[in-house]
Design a protein around this ligand. Structure first.
Ligand code: MN3
Length: 199
């Protein structure tokens, strides 16, 4: 199945001042588009053409690095745009999600500290995650285009810590970007949707 870049689920100004129009124009229209274009070129004759995106990510890992990097980043960014919304973030978790965060992650405040720490300590490019593994939530981090799918888990929340996601708005202050993401951008309804699919 050929990869396609959907439009952002909000307008380019929607996430300001926490994530600017300029960042979204570069990140969505240039970076994500490049993963789609390169991924489609590498998918041709890979033997995985008829597979779903999740299957392509899992089956190319460790075997076809070029295809994996682009397919992984396509998967990660498709969700990343939906993991944010205007007036998001903070402690506005739906009840079912709040209960799971309380029992598995030690509550909202511990989640916030641990998730920001995971993103801050990911050396170089990568992602920080809340994933479901064996029915329980956990916080993790991965380098480059990797994600929890290749470790037998399902991501329900992820944040991009490649410099292209924050350098225009925050320069080198990655922790400030992560704080803004958690406090003001997370789309908890989409996190709940992914949680319900994963458990
Ligand atoms: Mn990115």
């Amino acid at each position: 199945m050929a990869f396609e870049l959907p439009p952002l689920p909000y307008d380019y100004e929607a996430l300001g001042p926490f994530m600017s129009k300029e960042t979204l124009e570069y990140h969505h229209d240039k970076h994500h588009q490049a993963y789609v274009t390169n991924g489609n070129n590498l998918l041709k004759d890979s033997g995985l053409e008829g597979k779903s995106l999740e299957e392509i990510v899992k089956e190319s890992y460790g075997k076809n690095a070029g295809l994996f990097n682009n397919a992984g980043q396509h998967y990660n960014h498709l969700h990343f745009w939906n993991w944010m919304k205007k007036d998001g973030g903070g402690k506005k978790l739906p009840g079912k999600l709040q209960a799971a965060f309380d029992s598995d992650l030690g509550g909202y405040d511990k989640f916030r500290a641990d998730f920001i720490a995971a993103g801050t300590t990911q050396f170089g490019s990568g992602w920080a995650w809340v994933e479901v593994k064996d029915g329980k939530l956990a916080i993790s981090k991965t380098p480059n285009g990797e994600n929890p799918l290749i470790h037998g888990a399902k991501p329900i929340l992820g944040v991009d810590v490649w410099e292209h996601s924050y350098y225009i708005d925050y320069r080198n202050a990655r922790p400030k970007y992560l704080e803004a993401f958690v406090d003001s951008l997370i789309n908890w309804d989409y996190v709940l949707e992914q949680y319900e699919k994963a458990v």
